[in-house]
Design a binder for this molecule. Structure first.
Ligand code: G4F
Length: 313
């Protein structure tokens, strides 16, 4: 979206033995030193020195911190790492801006997970009750973002985004796990789908619409914190039903549950109230969860078709 708007975009890539950049491979990279386009740099939210150097060298007008160990279930297995990256990584980035004196506007990807067990609907004034190491780390990052705004007058915003999905969603998040399974079952590549708690309810929106809200926060006159959500909710079970129905199948014939996919503590029900974003940012979502499920199933049928023909994804 930023490239479409004509931005010069600098991204941080974590070093790993095997490349995992499939989701940005289609974006051409600009040569080092050239203006415009996309530039990738090795960096890590665990590496404060690298972040300071990068912020000082690039001098960005806007910084979007979307980096995190972002899988809630996995955060119970690696709570220390999740705290280091998802929580302390944010203070490292904020301090890199503060210490280098660069005039950057800062967006923090805060999460509806911070509301945890607080009953819906949730808005900016709703009390938080985090239910996972991931949510606790996000809450630390949220308040650090508020604190740098209040302490140093920095232009920092929290987007409290409810679940936002698209065909590019990682395969071990529940929506994508479902739509990928539907497509593969439809084409005979898979025979069942095993899930955890299918009673959990989420407010699922369409990611391309949500990035527009992030951008609008940083264009506003004043920094603030905003809920971004559709105001609609559905259970994992509902999402299964609609996704399987998109290819004419009955979900109950294919979905099994296994406690191995359940979490030690669950977030039962999320419904966001995005009235503030509508009023101040003139932002409103148009895609609701049923349409989202169909968009994702369609994209996964395309991918599964390639898999069935032995082609690269
Ligand atoms: O898709 P999920 O893993 O997303 P979750 O935990 O709500 O978190 C996502 O959204 C947050 C809000 O925007 C982000 F902050 C976070 O980084 C992430 O992107 O799980 C959704 C629900 C949960 O209640 C989970 O218990 O689906 C339930 N579920 C049931 N079976 C499952 C499964 N989740 C996963 N990942 N895999 C299952 O087999």
């Amino acid at each position: 979206m930023l490239l479409d708007k004509g931005y010069e975009v600098h991204g941080i890539v974590r070093r790993s033995a095997s490349l995992n950049r499939q989701r940005i491979d289609h974006l051409p990279q600009s040569a080092p030193g050239a203006g415009g386009g996309l530039h990738l740099h090795y960096g890590d939210l665990a590496d404060a020195v690298g972040l300071v150097n990068l912020v000082r060298d690039v001098q960005p007008d806007e910084i979007y911190n979307l980096g995190a160990q972002s899988h809630v279930a996995v955060s119970f297995d690696i709570p220390d790492y999740t705290g280091q990256v998802t929580g302390l990584g944010t203070v490292k980035l904020l301090e890199a801006i503060h210490a280098s004196g660069v005039d950057s506007r800062f967006y923090q990807a805060s999460s509806s997970e911070m509301f945890g067990s607080t009953p819906p609907p949730q808005h900016e004034e709703t009390p938080f009750h985090p239910r996972s190491p991931y949510a606790c780390a996000k809450l630390y990052a949220y308040y650090t973002t508020v604190n740098y705004r209040e302490s140093y007058g920095m232009f920092t915003c929290n987007g409290i985004l409810f679940n936002h999905e698209s065909p590019r969603r990682g395969e071990n998040f529940v929506t994508r796990k479902i739509t990928r399974a539907v497509a593969r079952i439809h084409l005979g590549l898979q025979h069942e789908l095993v899930l955890g708690n299918v009673a959990a309810r989420r407010d699922w929106g369409y990611a391309p619409e949500y990035v527009e809200a992030m951008w609008r926060m940083l264009q506003h006159d004043e920094p603030a914190d905003y809920v971004v959500a559709t105001g609609d909710t559905a259970s994992v079970r509902d999402f299964c039903e609609v996704s399987f129905a998109a290819v004419g199948l009955d979900w109950q014939e294919y979905v099994k549950t296994d406690p191995r996919y359940e979490r030690p503590a669950e977030v039962p029900d999320l419904i966001g109230d995005a009235a503030k974003a509508k009023k101040l940012l003139d932002w409103e979502p148009t895609v609701r969860w049923r349409e989202l499920a169909r968009i994702m199933v369609e994209a996964d049928i395309e991918l599964a078709g390639r898999e069935a023909r032995g082609l690269a994804p």
